[in-house]
Each structure stands twice: as C-alpha cells, then as structure tokens.
Write a protein that binds this ligand. Sequence first.
Ligand code: NDP
Length: 265
Amino acid sequence: MKKFTIFGNPISHSKSPLMHNTGFELIGFDGIYSKTHLENGETIKKAFIDGGFSGANITVPHKEYAYKFADKLDLFASKIGAVNTFILEHDGKIKGYNTDAPGFLKSIEKFTDVKSVLILGAGGTAKAIAIILKNENYNVGVLNRSQNNKDFFLSNQCDFYTWDTFKQNQEFDMIINSTSAGLVDISYPAPLDLLEPLVRNSKYAVDCIYGKMTPFLNLAKQEHKIYQDGKDMLLYQGVIAFELFTNSKLSEHNIQIMRQSLSYN
Ligand code: NDP
C-alpha cells in the first residue's frame, strides 16, 4: 500500500485526508493518506523519507521549506518559489510541484468581469495566486502587514503595499484573503479602516481558508458581496495533486464525490 500525507502546523483542521482517501477508494487505488503535524520545516525532507511516503501535500507554514528541500522542481513551482506537493520519483528523488495556483484559478472561473485583484498576504499562497493571475493578464496588487517577499512581487509586475503605504482610495474587482488571519483566530487580514472600503467597493471576496466563516468573509457578507471560502481551491489543488499521486485522470463524477467528502461537519 502506498502512503501519502499532508505536512502542516496546525494540521488538525485539514480535510485533505478525507478527500484523497475517498478518491483512492473510488478508483480502487491501494493507498492511504494521513495528517502529519510538522513543527520544524527544516526537517521536512527527513520526515518525508523516514515516513516512507510516496507523495505528500505541504501546507502552512512549510511551503517555502518544501521548495528549498525538493531535489527537483516543476517549472511553475520554481517560478513561484513554493511547493505544496511532493512526489517520490522512481530514481528516489523528490519532485516538488505547486498545484495551489491552477487549483485557485479553476475555483474562480465562475466569477466574471474581473480585471483587477488585491491579494491580502504575501506568503507562499499569495505568490502562487499572483503568478497565475498575472499569467492570465489580471492587474494584481498585494497588501501585506510586512515587507516580506516585496521584491518577488515587484519583479513579477505586481504592485506591492504594506498597511502603511496603501492608499485608501484604490478599488479592486476581487479581494482575496491569502493570509492565515482567521484560520485559528478571529482577526481580520488587514486593519478594518483599510479593509472595509476595499470590500465595499469590490465585486467578489474570496478566502483561501476553508470550512469556516472567517471575519473577512463575514465582512463580505455584511457588505452584500458575492463571496466564497477556500473549499473549491482545496478541491482543485487536491484533484491535481491526486492525479500526480495516482498517475490517473479523475472523471467529473468522481471529482464531485470528492467535493462532497469535504463537507464541513
Ligand atoms: P504563509 O505562512 O506562507 O503566509 C502567511 C501570510 O499571512 C503572510 O503574508 C503573513 O504576513 C500573513 N499573516 C499571517 N497572520 C496574519 C495576521 N494575523 N494578520 C495579517 N496577516 C497575517 O502561508 P500560506 O501562504 O501557505 O497560506 C496562507 C493561507 O492560505 C492559510 O490560511 C492556508 O490555510 C490557506 N490556504 C488554503 C488553501 C486551499 O486549498 N484552500 C491552499 C493553500 C493555502 P507576514 O509576511 O508579515 O508574516
């Protein structure tokens, strides 16, 4: 039986095992997918090898460590600098992929008339989303609490702001929360005096966090905006990872069953 896992900290909230184990059953693949709490990202390669895993997903806050410790990278992961999927190849090398970006793009394809987006946060997920949205010709701004990764975004033709440098009168069609604010706490991803007008003047609010109404999504609801959590992003990044794990193509029918396995309770 092939073993797979998801590395993260925190990890208890993760629905990935439910989705992947459902998928294995559906296609009759002899595999099992678990959760691994990983404290220190520097140890990710050792934890992967010692665990005897054939593949893994990597979530907050270890994606940049996964990038650093992969033996080789697919083109997109190397451009983003963050890895959310490890595949153990036949030669024993670990190849790193980023499936968050195409997964995110698929999750927002139903939202029309979007030309400009503002990404809150500047971590691995923000990088993935920014690169793929730039690829698709959106205007992309990034707003973060610190200057972390500023040069990455500027060199990829995104505007970059911190809470201090952001000009209040700017408007964007879509606001995306890619911070971990609201994941285990009840904080907003940016100060309310910046966030409220941004959400009010947008068309859509999208959170990468899934399975809960975050303060950010509650604000979007109050402002009568169309909003969605990160469930579809999770689904589609997982579908792409699953196809790499099992070297197979999922039918739309099986994707919808995997989607149901992500139900919140
Ligand atoms: P990282 O740790 O790489 O980045 C986190 C970002 O959030 C950083 O920019 C950080 O700022 C910012 N941040 C953290 N806490 C706060 C706070 N209290 N207020 C404001 N900003 C904050 O994480 P990832 O990019 O990997 O993941 C981000 C989120 O996206 C997580 O919640 C994760 O669960 C979710 N996610 C969901 C997926 C899905 O499939 N639905 C897939 C991937 C991620 P600074 O740079 O200053 O430290």
